[in-house]
Design a protein around this ligand. Structure first.
Ligand code: UDP
Length: 252
């Protein structure tokens, strides 16, 4: 039987949300089942997200994170934690992948993730807005062996692992089967809200694997880009509240 893919997506209402969720759902629909899309919102389920999920044809769970937070940057983190807790409590057996709603994913990526045994990682292409060019973040590999990291930003040189949130996937049993995986730490895997921005990925990964030898670089040689992280911020884009036009358009 094929491994289940557990795709975790934190999301929130903003101008391009419908575009993002539709785009992601359409790729997920093309992936061979079983795929479980765990979508997490803050405070309450929005009817707009619920409606998109109902119509995708992808198996999903629509979760809500109830933690009150003042720092907006921590929200996505807490929403991912809510998903992790759900996976742990219900012992959902599969490969967990954090797929933010705004990234671009190839079908090949999801097919590749399915081959993860313990922890898989791969290079992600991103847009360095300041330099107006694409850069890579992620492993340099010989075969599936991780021998180094692509990283371009000096300020982030202190990170142990140079991996983007969308550049790794892991076996969910790592969350509860500590003996089998010899996970480095026994503290709960959550509590990333106190971690400095830019260090969340490495902090998380350091709790799951001890070193490069426990990682699987993908695909062989890590010479292929399978997803893109553009960091396009649409926070300031004006948009009517809600997506029902009759309620929002003042045209008489
Ligand atoms: N996110 C969220 N609530 C927020 C901020 C972000 O659910 O208040 C989600 C967002 O939808 C995306 C992920 O968290 O799936 C990362 O978004 P963000 O824009 O913060 O990160 P970036 O893409 O800039 O790395």
């Amino acid at each position: 039987p094929r491994k289940m893919l557990i795709v975790v997506t934190p999301t929130y209402n903003r101008a391009l949300q419908a575009y993002y969720l539709n785009r992601l759902s359409q790729v997920l629909k093309l992936v061979d089942p079983p795929v479980l899309w765990v979508v997490v919102e803050m405070s309450a389920q929005s009817p707009e997200t619920a409606s998109i999920l109902r119509n995708t044809g992808v198996m999903y769970r629509h979760l809500v994170c109830h933690k009150n937070l003042t720092n907006i940057k921590d929200r996505g983190v807490e929403q991912r934690n809510t998903a992790l807790e759900h996976i742990e409590v219900h012992k959902l057996d599969g490969i967990v992948y954090f797929a933010d709603d705004d990234n671009i994913y190839s079908l090949e990526l999801f097919e590749t993730i399915r081959k993860v045994s313990r922890f898989g990682t791969w290079p992600v292409a991103m847009l360095a807005q300041s330099k107006n060019k694409a850069i890579l973040e992620g492993p340099v590999c010989v075969g599936s062996k991780v021998v180094g990291w692509h990283t371009n930003e000096k300020s982030k040189a202190l990170r142990r692992f140079h991996v983007d949130m969308s550049g790794f996937a892991f076996n969910s049993t790592i969350l509860w089967d500590l003996k089998r995986w010899r996970r480095p730490f026994f503290n709960p895997i959550r509590q990333l809200d106190t971690v400095k921005e830019g260090f969340q990925e490495t902090t998380f990964i350091e709790q799951v694997v001890a070193e490069e030898s426990q990682m699987e670089g993908m695909p062989d040689g890590c010479g292929k880009i399978m997803n893109w992280h553009l960091h396009l911020d649409a926070r300031g884009v004006a948009y009517p509240t809600g997506w029902v036009l009759q309620k929002n358009l003042d045209v008489l």
